[in-house]
Design a protein around this ligand. Structure first.
Ligand SMILES: Nc1ncnc2c1ncn2[C@@H]1O[C@H](COP(=O)(O)OP(=O)(O)OP(=O)(O)O)[C@@H](O)[C@H]1O
Ligand SMILES: [Mg+2]
Length: 386
């Protein structure tokens, strides 16, 4: 019997649990397969990594080479260069037992006859012999990405490279790094890139600003939401799989209170699942309410933290207080200062622009939390008592 899994939370979720977002995953997969590089931009915890990982799995099943790197965990240009080189080499050598600590160690490892023979036809290492200056991390990085293309060409395969948390590139090497990558990437034919990043406004600057080297290199796509009917179908299917059921009005409440935000929804469902399992195998409306309260408890520390960040933004609290109540944020304040606060709140993934001059919370549960904790509303689920 296959292992049964509850509602997943984490960077990589099982294929069966990935909700298709009305054909978006298929479209993304196709574009990458046929050679378009794409920038996937959306606020924090809305599903970039899950979607990207699933698309990479599907591309791999279609015969593409796939590689991925998470730039959040890379501290400097040396580590970036070394990790890129290791990953690319592994397309030919198979997985390394453990990551090496320096380029020197790595070159010693790869020099073993059985490994170096696998790399011969792609001219690995020619750059690293002779002049020690060639070991400069910028050169190594360039070589790693160029070798990726040489391998893809020799093996006549499409290579799709995922660079997650791409906004970190700025910290790693700024303009110089962007220029280097762009000059390598734009000459490649068999390698396509999926960039994904969680500071939408920052990512848009990298890709859309004339002054930046990445201008026009990749199309910017925003991740569409999971719609209520998709959640409904997924939740119903999932409960049925466990021999359980879920009342429609319970599902409705969860969708409305979480606003369908992927992380919040999965976190709440995970609680609801265990509660329902322990009581007659049915997700009832009272269980949904109780699960939401528990989810708020779990999120409390996160939201306290977020609120602290808001208070560091000049006019941040005032603007959010207005938005929580559904009021326009500009009333009574200097418009330029308000706009600056709005930009900062977008950058920290707290709000997003819904349409011109209108904004909404990325996490409706945070909006609710503010109303309750700061605004003095008596019950977290107040509007839902019907
Ligand atoms: N397409 C999806 N189908 C089902 N669940 C999803 C989907 N996308 C996201 N989720 C849920 O949301 C959670 C958060 O998603 P993920 O970590 O991919 O977001 P992210 O945008 O990469 O976040 P971060 O900004 O923190 O890197 C997942 O663990 C999963 O529970
Ligand atoms: Mg992520």
């Amino acid at each position: 019997m296959a292992i049964q899994r509850g509602f997943p939370r984490g960077r990589i979720i099982p294929s069966d649990d990935v909700i298709e977002r009305h054909g978006f995953l298929k479209k993304l997969e196709d574009h990458l397969y046929y050679g378009d590089s794409i920038m996937l931009a959306s606020p924090r915890r809305t599903g970039k990594s899950s979607v990207a990982s699933e698309v990479m799995r599907r591309l791999s099943a279609r015969g593409c080479y796939t590689l991925d790197m998470d730039l959040l965990h890379i501290v400097n240009i040396e580590r970036f260069a070394l990790q890129a080189l290791e990953k690319v080499t592994q397309l030919r050598t198979g997985k390394l037992e453990s990551m090496t600590h320096s380029l020197h160690d790595f070159l010693r490892w790869i020099a073993k006859p059985d490994l170096s023979i696998k790399m011969q036809d792609v001219e690995f290492g020619l750059r690293f012999h002779g002049d020690p200056k060639e070991m400069d991390p910028w050169n190594v990085l360039q070589e790693a990405f160029e070798m990726a293309e040489r391998i893809a060409m020799k093996d006549d395969r499409r290579l799709v490279f995922l660079l997650d948390e791409f906004q970190e590139i700025d910290q790693l090497g700024g303009e110089r790094l962007l220029r280097l990558l762009r000059s390598v990437f734009q000459r490649q034919e068999n390698t396509t890139y999926l960039f994904s990043g969680s500071e939408p406004s920052m990512m848009k600057t990298i890709f859309a600003d004339h002054r930046q080297a990445f201008y026009r290199f990749a199309a910017i796509w925003s991740l569409p939401e999971i719609t209520p009917d998709e959640w409904q179908a997924y939740i119903a299917k999932k409960f049925t799989q466990f021999g359980m059921s879920a009342e429609d009005r319970a599902i409705e409440l969860l969708i409305r209170a979480t606003g369908g935000h992927p992380y919040c929804m999965m976190a709440t469902l995970s609680i609801a699942f265990f509660d329902a399992k322990d009581s007659a195998m049915v997700l009832t409306r009272p269980i949904a309410e109780e699960s939401l309260h528990q989810a708020f408890d779990q999120l409390d520390a996160v939201y306290e933290n977020l609120w602290r960040r808001v208070s560091e933004i000049s006019l941040g609290e005032e603007v959010l207080a207005a938005l929580v109540e559904g009021n326009p944020p500009y009333r009574g304040n200097n418009p330029t200062a308000v706009q600056r606060a709005i930009d900062s709140l977008i950058k920290t993934s707290i709000i997003i622009r819904a349409s011109r001059g209108r904004y909404r919370f990325v996490e409706p549960m945070f909006q609710r939390w503010i109303k309750y904790k700061i605004g003095g509303q008596l019950d977290l689920l107040d509007e839902f008592w019907i």
